[in-house]
Design a protein around this ligand. Sequence first.
Ligand code: PHB
Length: 393
Amino acid sequence: MRASKRILGAAIGALLMGSVPAYAETIKIGIIGPFSGPFALQGKNFQAGVEAYMALNGKSVKGNDIEVIYRDLPAANPAQSRALAQELVVKEKVQYLGGVYFTPDAMAITPLLAQANTPLVIFNAATSAIMNTSPLVVRTSFTTAQTTTPLGKVAVDEGVKKVITIVSDYGPGVDAENAFKKAFEAAGGQVVESIRMPMNTTDFSPIMQRVRDSGAAGLFAFLPSGPPTLGFAKAYNETGLKKAGIKFYAPGDLTQESDLPALGDAADGLKTSFHYAVSHDSPENKKFVEAATKAIGSADQLSFPSVGAYDGMHVIYKMIEATGGKQDAQKAVDAVKGLAWTSPRGPARIEPDTRHITQNIYLREVAKGADGKSINKEIQTFPNQKDPGLATQ
Ligand code: PHB
């Protein structure tokens, strides 16, 4: 009764305002992410991005009210991921799926999309090949191949000719290892050893010993952002590798802003490449950071998953606009192919052939900001980078 009154009210409102739909309905968006457990802060950043977008752009699209439903997936767990997506589609009747932090969880959802007639907009999961598993998936985050590739030449230009690579042994780690090796060796460097660690590795001192023993002048690393990256960056410092002058190269997952207070001075000077820094200097980012900080409750907790979510909501709103609120996944996805906008991260575009985001990648260095707090300071821009991981498949 109350719901139908609301629908009628929205429809009358839309008609009075001269906008299109004769019927307006509540459109549900299901967001899956880690909202509890060790990665809860990453999920909290999804939610902050979603809430910031709705605070700045409204909670309805063309007279259709938007309702966001969150589902908690604390760790990489494909079976649970699939079950949550199914429940959102069948029971909650969501028209859109979004979120997804870990690659294996995304891979478990994409086979469901066609039958569910539901697009999936990925806010984080960063393995290139996810895009090949369904024509109904769009990604507003990054891939590790995309963020890593510029680092190969940076290392060689800094005189580092021998590097050891260390990655978590799953999709985004393997992609990062391959992308770094390819770019580094093309620039004249040599990867002397490649280590792949189980995803749940927590003791990094034996790894740091292998780095020392390898004779490499630098290390390249990828781990999924959260407790693993904090542990790894701490170990690099505490085992004396930083002091010994062994250089550190990694995508920005390793120095996410929410880890910087815990790392303290140990993070100073760490160089990473990434699509987004909370300190990015633009009017769009200023507006975003203000709204997202309000949503998350503390500026120290903001990190990159918030911008993937914010832009993901932008894409979903454009899909809803294009379909007039009707459930038509293919039409929704087709409508955002080629979509270009100014994101808080800089210029962004959904590549029509891959449905992945083209964006600037920035070289950054951890430094103290104006208020004395550590930031990722952008020092070089690699403009309009596509996903090289997809281009070569
Ligand atoms: C992934 O599983 O794709 C993933 C997770 C965390 C990251 C990057 C990629 O920081």
